[in-house]
Design a protein around this ligand. Structure first.
Ligand code: GTP
Ligand code: MG
Length: 277
């Protein structure tokens, strides 16, 4: 075969992509990347100073993908350095620690910083997001340390069309599977003209269901949970209950946490009706 034709074919098959890591300081971003690229775990915390850059090659189907990884420092001090590196990212690794609530709560502000730095014209549909987390930090029993349940993390991620994985950089559990899924989604997106394929953002539940579950989890009392004013009538409580029951019934809603939210709504209605004449 003509060597130019051969070269052109090979070029067509190779892709160059840029991915970044985001998340609070000390949540395990660098460890996850090191575990994947170098197959090792460093227990000592070495804060990333500004940015760490690395390149790796991966194979997705018949394509060779050259991945440029920009591992960002999570500390606010490095904002001026990392803000230069958001542009042109095709993949984002968002990391939080399941043992640190504030690192989970900070995910929205990381997305906010990213949008701000990439400019208002950025199309979030042309970026693949994956949410990782560190499943254990020490020999301490995870069930005692864990403060963010899997369902809560998964709901946050999947309701936005992001992938969600639980991993451990220490044991290596789940790391290569999740990176492979991540790179394969980026490849799908590139082959789909730079837009996340529809199937990927279809998660089997609606944004309304996800938002309602979140609202129920954060509600301060039973009135608030049902979305009625304190002192509402039986009819108003029942009407609000029916609406939520239809939305969240476990037979109809597959969003993570829907079962607990449904039970909470049933209990809220029961306790309110007890006290309304
Ligand atoms: P910055 O660079 O400051 O933004 O932090 P980072 O998010 O890159 O954190 P880093 O990867 O350096 O890890 C922080 C600490 O968490 C280190 O002490 C790691 O050893 C520890 N760590 C990270 N992943 C795991 C894990 O899966 N299990 C355990 N036990 N510890 C982990
Ligand atoms: Mg780091």
């Amino acid at each position: 075969m003509d060597s130019n034709v051969q070269k052109r074919r090979e070029n067509k098959k190779s892709l160059r992509v840029k991915v970044i890591s985001l998340g609070n300081a000390e949540v395990g971003k660098s460890c996850i990347i090191k575990r994947y690229c170098e197959k090792r775990f460093v227990p000592k915390y070495l804060a990333t100073i500004g940015i760490d850059y690395g390149v790796t090659k991966v194979q997705v189907r018949d394509r060779e993908i050259k991945v440029n990884i920009f591992d960002m420092a999570g500390h606010p001090f490095f904002y001026e350095v990392r803000n230069e590196f958001y542009k042109d990212s095709q993949g984002v690794v968002l990391v939080y620690d399941v043992g640190l609530r504030e690192s989970f709560d900070a995910l929205d502000s990381w997305l906010g910083e990213m949008k701000q730095e990439m400019g208002s014209m950025v199309n979030m549909e042309s970026i693949v997001f994956v949410v990782f987390n560190v499943t254990c930090r020490s020999t301490v029993d995870l069930t005692k340390r864990r403060v963010v349940d899997e369902g809560v993390g998964r709901l946050w991620a999947e309701s936005r069309g992001f992938h969600y994985f639980e991993t451990s950089a220490q044991s290596g559990e789940g790391i290569s599977e999740m990176f492979q899924a991540f790179f394969s989604s980026i490849t799908d997106m590139c082959e789909n003209g730079g837009k996340r394929p529809v199937a990927e953002v279809t998660v089997g539940f609606t944004k309304e269901q996800a938002d309602t579950i979140r609202r129920i989890r954060n509600s301060k009392d039973s009135w608030d949970m049902l979305g009625v004013k304190p002192g509402a009538t039986r009819e108003e409580v029942n009407k609000a209950y029916r609406k939520l029951a239809v939305l969240l019934h476990p037979d109809k809603c597959v969003a993570p946490g829907s079962e607990d939210a449904f039970k909470a709504v049933v209990n809220a209605r029961t306790s309110l009706l007890k006290n309304i004449k």
